[in-house]
Design a binder for this molecule. Structure first.
Ligand SMILES: Cc1cc2nc3c(=O)[nH]c(=O)nc-3n(C[C@H](O)[C@H](O)[C@H](O)COP(=O)(O)OP(=O)(O)OC[C@H]3O[C@@H](n4cnc5c(N)ncnc54)[C@H](O)[C@@H]3O)c2cc1C
Length: 405
């Protein structure tokens, strides 16, 4: 209800906002990472408030749509070990949700000779972490998966545990479990101001302000706006990316039991999935989009980028490019080194940031647990040292930029 001051301004705006209840932790942003954090916090017994500016499950961020790749193959032993913990965290989510979520398909990382993403660190990291893999020449890849048309100089790294995790569904389940464990999750509730009061944190929304001992920022493409409230900044770049679904003429050839998830490890880098969950398969370019902000971005797919993807598929995976089903957009929020940003914000010990650098979905349940550990115990057993917010890549004036990993 709004009254009038007689000068054309709603009287309500002049009154102080009602103070909402206090919480142990407020989580801002309920995409995959914030939902995971809210769940982990509530599960640990904390009084948690999760705030999401749009409706839960919206398509303006990074956690919508069906499929995300989960894989152990990574370019450092640390990520490979972290992926092992992520698989365990997904298994825990599956148990709690009583639902199968991880679809194991096996994964192929395809390296043309001289690829922009070199295979050496991947192989060495898997070996260092004791994860088995197979190194296949092009002929063997095409013998096993005849849909690929590869030049002789392409080699494939096959890792049997790779697969699919469900983006929107996984996020929704973590929200449900968070609520079951007592978290208060409010959608359509934008955080308009954040204040570090020293002994606590104040979070302002249009209807109420809330206090908490800790604040967890999982705002991805909007992270910069929130950190600016605290006088802080991270060198994040947001790009508008897109993915396309195609209906292959022979969907059975691309079924999850027969066809793997795959990544083309060159520049441009492409990736794709089996047919899942319907009759179409998804493919996309990794980091091919224009720089945008969360507010300046559009929602129409870029036809030039769509052609680039279709051209690649016609050359390397022609049977996959059946009728175009649809394309859609999403946002990547990139750090200069493409490593995550996880940990306390410099100068604001009560504020924690969790940012997945556009490859974080597979780690979401694990990152949520890490953020809960940090918020409740000031530490975690998981080695997150490469993701510290005070690392040179996030603090140096002119950091080296490398998005392809
Ligand atoms: C097309 C695409 C493909 C990808 N593929 C993979 C993949 O195969 N494997 C993989 O592991 N990862 C992948 N990723 C990356 C992964 O999906 C993201 O890292 C992850 O989903 C990010 O989750 P998030 O919760 O941090 O961000 P988001 O889902 O964007 O959530 C952030 C939320 O914060 C909310 N918010 C922001 N500011 C405020 C505010 N002031 N008040 C209230 N709410 C606020 C936003 O509305 C939003 O809902 C992909 C990403 C994209 C876009």
């Amino acid at each position: 209800m709004t009254g009038s001051t007689g000068r054309g301004r709603p009287a309500e705006r002049r009154r102080p906002l009602p103070a909402g209840p206090s919480f142990d932790v407020v989580v801002v942003g309920l995409g995959a990472l914030g939902s995971a954090a809210a769940w982990a916090l509530a599960r640990a017994g904390a009084r948690v408030l999760g705030l999401e500016q749009f409706e839960l499950g919206h398509r303006r961020g990074a956690s919508h749509d069906h499929a995300r790749i989960i894989r152990r193959s990574y370019h450092t032993p640390g990520y490979v070990r972290l992926a092992g913990l992520a698989y365990a965290a997904w298994a825990e989510l599956e148990r709690e949700a009583e639902e199968r979520l991880v679809v194991t398909t096996g994964g192929l990382d395809l390296f043309p000779a001289g690829s922009a993403i070199p295979p050496g660190p991947y192989r060495a990291s898997l070996e260092a972490a004791g994860v088995p893999y197979q190194w296949l020449d092009a002929a063997e890849v095409m013998r096993r998966w005849p849909a690929f048309h590869l030049d002789a100089d392409v080699a494939g790294l096959w890792q049997a545990d790779s697969g699919i995790v469900p983006a929107a569904r996984g996020t929704e389940l973590m929200q449900r479990l968070a609520r079951n464990d007592g978290a208060t999750l409010l959608d359509r509730t934008p955080v308009t101001a954040v204040r570090d009061l020293g002994g606590s944190v104040e979070v302002v929304t249009p209807g109420a302000s809330f206090r908490a001992a800790r604040l967890v920022v999982c705002a991805d493409a909007w992270t910069g706006d929130l950190l600016a409230q605290l006088g802080a900044e991270l060198p994040l770049v947001v790009t508008q990316e897109q993915f396309s679904y195609f209906r292959p003429a022979d969907p059975a050839a691309f079924a999850t039991g027969r066809f793997p998830v795959w990544i083309w490890m060159d520049d441009p880098s492409f990736y794709g999935f089996p047919v899942w969950p319907g009759a179409a398969l998804k493919a996309a370019q990794d980091v091919g989009g224009h720089r945008v902000t969360a507010t300046s971005r559009g929602f129409d797919p870029d036809p030039v980028a769509a052609d680039r993807l279709a051209g690649f598929l016609r050359a390397r995976l022609p049977a996959a490019v059946g009728a175009h089903d649809h394309s859609a957009t999403c946002l990547y929020t990139l750090t200069p080194d493409r490593d995550f940003a996880i940990g306390p914000l410099g100068g604001h010990d009560r504020v924690l940031v969790g940012l997945g650098a556009a490859h974080g979905f597979k780690f979401a349940p694990l990152i949520g647990r890490v953020l809960a550990d940090l918020a409740l115990h000031d530490g975690t057993e998981v080695d997150i040292s490469p993701f510290a917010l005070d690392r040179p890549a996030l603090t140096a004036p002119d950091p080296e930029v490398s998005y392809l990993v």
